[in-house]
Design a protein around this ligand. Structure first.
Ligand SMILES: NC(=O)c1ccc[n+]([C@@H]2O[C@H](COP(=O)([O-])OP(=O)(O)OC[C@H]3O[C@@H](n4cnc5c(N)ncnc54)[C@H](OP(=O)(O)O)[C@@H]3O)[C@@H](O)[C@H]2O)c1
Length: 239
């Protein structure tokens, strides 16, 4: 394999993750494409990334078992240890204070926080020279909503870890976050819900995947930014 930089995108087979993987491939990165259930989609994505003239390798792992992360990391082929890590994979389910127990909280924390936390440690342990981590957050980190409570808590924790790890991992590794707003409806969901909500945000429109991929490329290429959280949300965080 020609020595080019490698980027690992978690949840890279579909939607925002796929957009990020394709954008990084266009920048010349070889792509480590993580997926869980989206087998057909990841094969399609592998093919599309391949047409851009870079290498692609697939990594399958279920993040609801964070203890499996170190074996996923060990399975990365020789010469493919990433220079860029994008923690994108996430679970997004409704939950509220009336739900008993901690099952939903634990599930959200495992996938949305513990796995990015573990991957950050593995990335830092193996990285020689400069590296970049991007954590995909959510504009909800800035709010106190009762809906999607456990999801929001997991993203708030990841936002705090973004800042702390940026402080710890300098000077070689930069860590930043992107907090998207109204970009895509949940899988199978209705776009009219986003359009109706968009009328209440300053830019009064729904965003798109390109707005997120532009932010990813910007944060990777700017060498003097670390510990930042970039809201790509049409101003929703101002509400
Ligand atoms: N969509 C939006 O408008 C929006 C708004 C704010 C923030 N965000 C954030 O942006 C990121 C991408 O959003 P999205 O809407 O594109 O996400 P999505 O459609 O919900 O996709 C989530 C990805 O996470 C992976 N995933 C889910 N459960 C997993 C598990 N147990 N183990 C491993 N991987 C798992 C899925 O992999 P498989 O499909 O292979 O199973 C999928 O690729 C997320 O971090 C989300 O919180 C999105």
């Amino acid at each position: 394999m020609k020595k080019r930089k490698v980027a690992l995108v978690t949840g890279g087979a579909v939607r925002l993750g796929k957009g990020i993987a394709m954008a990084l491939a266009r920048e010349g990165y070889h792509i480590l494409l993580h997926y869980n259930h989206s087998k057909a989609a990841v094969e399609q994505c592998r093919q599309e990334v391949g047409t851009l003239g870079v290498g692609v390798r697939l990594l399958q792992a279920d993040f609801s078992c964070p203890e499996g992360i170190s074996s996923m990391w060990s399975s990365i082929p020789s010469g493919w240890k990433p220079d860029v890590l994008v923690n994108n994979a996430s679970v997004f389910m409704d939950s509220d204070m009336k739900e008993a127990g901690t099952k939903s909280l634990e599930h959200h924390l495992d996938i949305n926080f513990t796995v990015p936390y573990l991957l950050t440690k593995l990335f830092a342990k193996d990285k020689e020279g400069e590296g970049v981590i991007i954590n995909i957050l959510d504009t909800r980190i800035n709010r106190q909503d009762e809906n999607y409570l456990d999801y929001a808590l997991s993203k708030k924790l990841l936002a705090e870890f973004t800042r702390v790890s940026a402080k710890i991992l300098g000077p070689d590794i930069r860590v930043n976050g992107i907090a998207p707003g109204l970009i895509l409806p949940p899988p199978g969901g209705n776009r009219s819900y986003l359009e109706e909500r968009a009328q209440r945000i300053p830019l009064q429109r729904v965003g798109d995947v390109e707005a997120i991929t532009q932010a990813v490329i910007f944060l990777i290429s700017n060498h003097f930014i670390t510990g930042q959280i970039l809201y790509v949300d049409g101003g929703e965080h101002l509400l």
